[in-house]
Ligand binder design. Sequence first.
Ligand code: BES
Ligand code: ZN
Length: 588
Amino acid sequence: MAIHARSWCVISISTGMCGSTSGRWTAPPRLQIERVSDSADTLRLDTRDLSIAAVELTDDGTQWSPATFVLGEADPVLGAPLEVTLSPSATSVRVTYSTSPDASGVQWLEPSQTAGKQHPFMFTQSQAIHARSWIPLQDSPGVRVTYRATVRTPSALRAVMSAANEPETPLDGQFTFEMRQPIPSYLIALAVGHLDFRAMSARTGVYGEPSVVDAAAAEFEDTEAMMAATERLYGPYRWERYDLLVLPPSFPFGGMENPRLTFATPTIIAGDKSLVVLVAHELAHSWSGNLVTNATWRDFWLNEGFTVYLERRILEAVFGRARVDMEATLDRATLDDELARLEAPDQILHVDLSGRDPDEGMTQVPYLKGELLLRLLEDTVGRARFDRFLRGYFDHFAFRSITTGDFVAYLQEELLTGVETGVVNALRLDTWLEDPGLPANAPRSESDALTLVAAQAERWASGDVPASTLETAAWTTQEWLHFLASVPDRLTAEQLAELDAAFGFTNIGNSEVAHLWLLTAIRNQYVPAYPRLESYLVEIGRRKLIKPLYDELALTEDGRARADAIYERARPGYHPIAVSSIDAVLGR
Ligand code: BES
Ligand code: ZN
C-alpha cells in the first residue's frame, strides 16, 4: 500500500502485517500475513478515512494479482472494515491507498507552527485506535507486528520512526527503518521535520528542532541513570537505543511511549528538570506496555497503572524518596477529584468499554487507581518479594499481549500462593478490579514538604501573613503546584494581585504552574491574566493543559464568549485529538 495525505512526504511500509503513508506512492506497502487457521479465507483490516485504490495478493512475493475486497460501512468509532478474500496460497497482501488530510492519527503542521518557522512538520499518534487512519492493518493491541518502512521527504528534513533510527543518516530525502521486535499497531509512529540530534549517552539521545534540542538534552540528561535504575529493578532494556523526540507544542499528549523513540511535548522543558517524571513514565513503558501489552483497551490499566508504579520507583532511585512522596500526594488529590467527577462504571479498573471509543477510557483511574493496587501488593508482600515478582512477570510475558485475567492468574500462581488466606482475602482483589470507587485499603501518601506548603497557604489565605513573607525560596515545582491547589477556590482581585506581585505567576514559564494559575484566574475573573491565558491556549496544544481551562471558561457566559474567541484562533493549530475534545466542551 502506499499512502498519501498532504503530499510532501511519501511512505511505504511493509509489516509482518501492514501498509504505508502520504504523497504519491512508490513501492506500495504490503502486509505479510500469518494464518491462524487453514480455513481462514478472509483478511479483515481496520481503516478510517482511507481511500483504497487497489488490493492485490501474492503467493511468492513477486507476482501480484488483483484481490476481491469490500470496504464496509464506516462505524463512527471503529472506521470501516476492509475485507479481503484470500486465495488459499496467498502469503502477502498489498493495498494501494491514500490517507485523508484530516486523518485522526496524523497532524500536518505549517512552518509557522514549528519552533523554527521555516519548514513543515508532520507526526503520527496512533494510540489508541488511530493507526488505522494512516495504515490499513489489524489495529488491536492484541495483535503484534514487525515492520520495515521507507520514507521520502524534502531533502532538508529528517524522518524518525518507532524503529531503529540512525542519527548519522545523511539528509538525502530517503530514510529506511526496521522494527524487528513485534509490537502492537498503536506503537507504530513516524515524525518528519527539521530535526537535529544530541547524544546524551552511548544509547540515549534526543531529536528536536535546532532551537530546542540543546535545552532538551540538558533537561533529560538523567535519562541514562533512569534506564540503569529500571534495568536493575526489572531486567534488561530490550529495545537497544532509547531516544526522545521533542515535538512542536501542538503535540496533544505529554508523552507517547513509541518504542525506541518516546515522543514528548516541549512543555516539559522547564529548565530545572522538574517535569522529567514524564521521561521516567515513558521509559517505564519499555517494560510495562511495550514489552507486556494490554490485550484489549479494557485492560489499559495493565499498561498505565504498572507504568505509574514503575515511574515512581525510577524517580525514587534517581531523585529520592521525598520527590516521590510529593508526586504521589499530588496524584492522590487528582485521583480523588477524578473519582468525584466520573460516573460509577468509569471508576472501574477493568472498565467495560463496549461500544465506546477506547480513548474514553483514558481517565486517571487506570493510571492512579492502578498504581495504588500495585503499591498495595508491594506493601502486602514486601518490596523485595514484589520486585522479584515483577521482574519475573516482564520476562514471562515479554512481547506478548495479556488480559486482566492473565495477570490475575499469574499473580495468584507466582505471588499469592503461600501467602496466608486471610491476608489474600484482605486485599479484596475483585473489588479493586471490578468495582467503582477506591477501596478503603488503598495505600496513603504523605509528603512533609507539601504539608508545610499547605500550612503556609492557609496562613496567607486567612490573612495572617502577606504573600511576600512566605518562605518559598527553596520551593520546587511540586511545592508551587501544591500551594496553588491549597489556596481557596474563591479569591478576591486584591488577593490575586498580591500573589501575582509576590510570585509573578501570570508570566511564569513552567507550563504546569502556569496552568494552575490560569485556572485560578478564570475562576475568579482575574483580568490581568487574560492576555497570558490567550497566548497559552494558542501556543500549547497539550490536551491535559488546555482542556480544563476551556472547561472552566465554559462555566460562565463571559468566559464562554472568551473561550469561543480564543478557540477560533487556536483551533487551526490543535491536533485532531485536542480538537475533538474541545469541540465537545464548546458544543461545536
Ligand atoms: N500512552 C500514554 C498516552 C496515551 C494514552 C495516548 C492513551 C493515547 C491514548 C502515555 O504514556 C501517557 O500516559 N502520557 C501522559 C504522561 C504521563 C506522565 C502520565 C500524558 O500524556 O499526559
Ligand atoms: Zn503512559
